[in-house]
Design a protein around this ligand. Structure first.
Ligand code: Z5A
Length: 218
C-alpha cells in the first residue's frame, strides 16, 4: 500500500521544521515508518540546487527562472526520495512543497498561475500531497523567530537568505497568499495558528492527522 504524503507550508519562522520533526516522531511511536524531507532539497542533486537558489548574492533573476530551478530540484527530489518512499509504504513529511512556489514565485513574484499549473502537471502529477498544514503567523513574529534561530544556533555572522531579506510588505503578501490557498482547498489543507506554543500547534496537527488520515483506515 502507498504511504501518505504530508506537507508543511507557511512563512519564515512559522515552525514548519519543528512540527515536521514532531510529527515524524509521533508517527514512528504509532508504528508508521516515515521519511522526513524538505524543499528546495531532499536529494543530492536538489540539495546542490538549493545552495544556488538560496544564495543571497545571486544576481537578480526572474520569477520564471527561479521557478524552473525549483521544479528541476523538485523533479529529482520526487524521483529519488519522495516516490520511492511512498511506493515502499512509508509516509513522507515534506517541509515546503508546491504551495510555496504558488505563493513565493506566483502571488509574490508575479509568475502566472497557469505556468505553475503546467509545471505541476509535468513534474508533480500524480504525487500531490494528501494533507497540507499551513502554519499561519504574522510576518514580524515569524521573521523574528527565524532571525533568533540564526543568531542563537548557527553563528552571528550567518546571512539571511534571499527571501528573508525582502521587505515586510512582501512577507505580509506571502501570509495572505497561504491563507487564501487554505481557504480554497479545505479538503487538502488545514490552517493552524502558529503563534501558539509548539506543543499546542502539534496537538492541532495530530488531531488533523488522526481525523483525516488514520481514522478512515481503522
Ligand atoms: N521557496 C520558494 O520560494 N519556492 C518554493 O517552491 C520553495 C521554497 C519550495 C527556503 O528556506 C526558502 O525557499 C523559503 C521559501 C523558498 N524562504 N525563505 N527564507 P528555508 O528552508 O531555509 O527556510 P524556511 O522554509 O523559511 O524555514 P525556516 O525559516 O527555517 O523556519 P521554519 O521551519 O518555519 O521554523 P523552525 O525552524 O521550526 O523554527 C524557527 C525558530 O522558531 C526556531 O528557533 C524554533 O525553535 C522556533 N519555534 C518553532 N516553533 C515555535 C513556536 N510555536 N513558538 C515559539 N518558537 C518556535
Amino acid at each position: 500500500m502507498l504511504g501518505r504524503f504530508i506537507t508543511f507550508e507557511g512563512g519564515e519562522g512559522s515552525g514548519k521544521s519543528t512540527q515536521a520533526r514532531l510529527l515524524a516522531a509521533q508517527l514512528s511511536r504509532v508504528g508508521i515508518s516515515t521519511e522526513i524531507t524538505r524543499e528546495p532539497g531532499g536529494s543530492p542533486f536538489a540539495e546542490a540546487l538549493r545552495a544556488v537558489i538560496l544564495d543571497p548574492n545571486m544576481p537578480q533573476h526572474s520569477a520564471l527562472s527561479e521557478a524552473l530551478l525549483f521544479y528541476s530540484a523538485r523533479a529529482d527530489h520526487l524521483d529519488n526520495t519522495v516516490r520511492p518512499a511512498l511506493n515502499a509504504g512509508q509516509w513522507v513529511i515534506c517541509d515546503r512543497f508546491i504551495d510555496s512556489t504558488r505563493v513565493y514565485q506566483g502571488e509574490a513574484g508575479g509568475l502566472p498561475g497557469e505556468i505553475i499549473d503546467v509545471l505541476n502537471h509535468m513534474v508533480v502529477s500524480p504525487t500531490f500531497p494528501d494533507l497540507t498544514f499551513i502554519l499561519d503567523i504574522p510576518a514580524e513574529l515569524g521573521l523574528g523567530r527565524a532571525h533568533s534561530r540564526r543568531v542563537d544556533k548557527v553563528n552571528p555572522d550567518t546571512e539571511a537568505d534571499a527571501y528573508e531579506k525582502r521587505d515586510l510588505a512582501f512577507h505580509w503578501k506571502l501570509r495572505e497568499a497561504f491563507r487564501e490557498i487554505a481557504a480554497q482547498e479545505p479538503e487538502r489543507c488545514v490552517l493552524i495558528d502558529a503563534t501558539q506554543e509548539p506543543d499546542a500547534v502539534f496537538a492541532a496537527v495530530w488531531r488533523a492527522v488522526e481525523a483525516r488520515l488514520l481514522a478512515p483506515a481503522r
